[in-house]
Design a binder for this molecule. Sequence first.
Ligand code: SF4
Length: 416
Amino acid sequence: MSEKELRRKEIKAAGDLKRVMSDYYYRMDRISRGEEEGKIAWCSSVGPAELLRAFGFEVYYPENHGATLGATRTAMDYIPLANAIGYSPEICSYLTSDVGSYLKGETPLSRLYPGIESVPKPDLLAYNTNQCRDVQEWFEFYGREFDVPVVGINSPRALVEVRDIDIANVVGQLKAMIPTLEEVSGQKFDIDGFKESLRLSRRCSELWGELLGLAKHLPSPWTFFDGTIHMGPAVCLRGTQEAIDYYELLKRELKERIESGVAAVDGERFRLYWEGMPIWGKLRDLSEQFSELRACVVVSTYCNSWIFSAFDEKNPFESMAQAYTEIFINRAERVKEEYIERMVREYQVDGIIFHDSRTCPNNSNARYSMPQRLEKRLGLPCLVIDADLNDLRCYSEEQTRTNIEALIEQLEEIRG
Ligand code: SF4
C-alpha cells in the first residue's frame, strides 16, 4: 500500500451515501419521464425547500449539479457555451457550466447513474437571493427555456442584525408563493405537512451540525474534504427521513473512530479552517496534500452553511424566514468575522485558508481585508488561495501547492 493510500481513510458509510443519492436521482428521473407520479421543483441550495416538500414536490438543486460538473472536471467543457450566449466568464461558474451542459444536452449524471439521460425537467423553479443574485438569473433562464413558473424570495442582504422587519418581509414573500405552488402541484396548502417537512429538516440539520462538530475532537475523525462529499443529503434531501437515517449511520461510524482513536489525518499536527467555496475539481489532490503535511482542515464556512438552527415547526413561517435570512453568506463582514473567530476557538484552529473564488464574490471573503484583520486579531496565519469553485483555468497547481507548504512551514515556526 502506498503512503497516500495509508493516509486517506475512506468512510465506510460512503456506500450508503451512494445508494441514498442514486435513489434520489433515479426517483426524479422516473417522475421526469412520467413513469412515476409527482412534480419536480428546482430550488436554490438555501431556498425554500421545506415549503416545496410540503406540496409533495421532489426537489432538485442545480447547484448540486454544478458541483458535480466541477468535481468531475467537466465544467470547463461547458462554460464557453454559456459564454457564447452572453453569460459572462466572470459570473458564477456553477451557472455557466450548468447552462452550458444544458445547451450541449449532456450531464455527468449519465455516467454516475447509468440510464439517466438528462437532469429532471422542472415543473416550477424557486430561488432565494439570500446567497446571491446569480441564482435568480440562472432560474429565470430555465423558466424561459421550460416555460414554467419561477417564484423567488428577494432577501434583505448583508445584514448586521436580522430584524423583525426583515423576517416579516421574507414571511410575506414565502406566503405569496403559495397560490403558485398550489396551482402547479395541484395540492392545497396543508400547514401540518409544512410543519412536518420543517421538523424533518430541523432534525437533519441538527444531525449535520452534530457530525461537523465531531471534528472538534483531537485528532479529528474527518475532514472538510470528507464533509463536502457527505453533505449531499443535507443539501438535497433535507426535509426527508432518508437524510436523517443516513446521518444517524454516519454518526455511529465517526463516533466509533473517535472511541478507537482513529484520526482522519495520521499524526494530525495542525488544524485549519477553510473559508469560501470548495475547489471541486481539486478536492482529492488538496486532501492528499494536507494529509501529507499532517494538517487537517477541521472546519469550514461552506459545510457549516447547512446548519439551520432556527427551524421550529411550532412557528413555521417565521422560523424558516429566520433560518434562511441569518445564514453566514447573507451577513455583514463584522458578523462573519465574529463567527469565524468563534469557530477558530471551538475547533482549536492553527491557521485559516481563504479561497478567493474568481466567479463567486458572494462566497469569497478575502476581498475587503478580512484575512488581515483576523490575522492581527487572532494572531494566526491566514493564506489566500486564488482559484475558482469550478473553472480550473483560474487555478495554479504549483502556486497553490507552494503556498500551502509555506503556510505549514510558518505554522511549524510558530510552534517552535
Ligand atoms: S453563491 Fe456563489 S457559487 Fe453559489 S450560486 Fe451564487 S455565485 Fe454561484
